[in-house]
Ligand binder design. Structure first.
Ligand code: FE
Length: 206
C-alpha cells in the first residue's frame, strides 16, 4: 500500500514540474526594459541590417570584376573581397546587437528584393570602382548619423544604442573613408605619372 502511495505522490510531483515548465515555455521573459528600450531607435537599427548586406553584395561584384582574367588586378580584388566579408559581418553584428537588446523581429529582408546597394555590376576602371566605394561608405555614414539622431531624441533616447553607433560605427566609417580616399589619391598619382602602368603598379602596392 505504501509503495502505491509513493508512486501516486511521485507521479503528482512530475506532473507539477511539467506544468511549471509549460508555463515558462508559454510565458517567456524578455531582456527589454522600458527605460532604455525605444522602438523608434531599435527599428532604425533593424533596417541597417539590410544596408550592410547590400553593401556586401556590391563589394562582392567589384571583387568579381577585378578577378576576371581580362582585368587581373588581384590586389584590388583582394581589397574588395575583404570589404564584402566585412560588410556581411557588420550586418551580423547589428543582428547580434538587436538580439542582445531583446528585439524579436526577423523580417530584415522583407522590403523588396535584396540587391547590390548601387545596383551596378561593371566599372570602366579601378578608379571608378574605388570612387563608388567611397560614395557608398559616405552613404552608410549618413545613415549612422541619422540613426544616432533618432536614438538621441529628447525624451525618447536610447543611450546605449546611441553610444554604440557613435563609438563603434562612426569610428569604423570614418577610418574606412580615410582609407579609400588615400587609395584613390595614390592611384590617381600612379595614373598621372605612368598612364599605361598606373593600375598595375598600384595593384602591386595593395
Ligand atoms: Fe558597414
Amino acid at each position: 500500500m505504501n509503495k502505491l502511495l509513493n508512486i501516486i505522490v511521485m507521479a503528482g510531483m512530475v506532473g507539477l514540474a511539467r506544468a511549471a515548465c509549460d508555463v515558462e515555455a508559454i510565458n517567456p521573459v524578455s531582456a527589454r526594459e522600458a527605460t532604455n528600450y525605444r522602438d523608434n531607435c531599435i527599428d532604425v537599427l533593424s533596417k541597417q541590417v539590410r544596408m550592410e548586406f547590400e553593401a556586401s553584395l556590391q563589394y562582392l561584384l567589384m571583387a568579381a570584376q577585378f578577378s576576371q582574367d581580362t582585368y587581373h588586378l588581384p590586389g584590388l580584388a583582394g581589397q574588395f573581397w575583404k570589404s564584402a566579408d566585412e560588410e556581411r559581418d557588420h550586418g551580423k553584428q547589428f543582428i547580434e546587437y538587436l538580439r542582445m537588446r531583446g528585439y524579436q523581429g526577423n523580417s530584415f529582408f522583407e522590403d523588396g528584393t535584396i540587391k547590390p546597394i548601387l545596383n551596378k555590376n561593371s566599372w570602366e576602371s579601378a578608379s571608378e570602382a574605388l570612387r563608388d566605394a567611397l560614395e557608398m561608405e559616405k552613404a552608410v555614414t549618413a545613415s549612422m548619423k541619422n540613426m544616432i539622431d533618432v536614438c538621441s531624441k529628447d525624451g525618447e533616447d536610447d543611450p546605449h544604442a546611441a553610444d554604440w553607433l557613435t563609438a563603434t560605427w562612426l569610428e569604423e566609417q570614418l577610418n574606412g573613408q580615410r582609407h579609400l580616399a588615400g587609395l584613390i589619391n595614390s592611384l590617381e598619382r600612379f595614373n598621372r605619372d605612368h598612364k599605361e602602368l598606373g593600375e598595375w603598379l598600384f595593384d602591386k602596392e595593395l
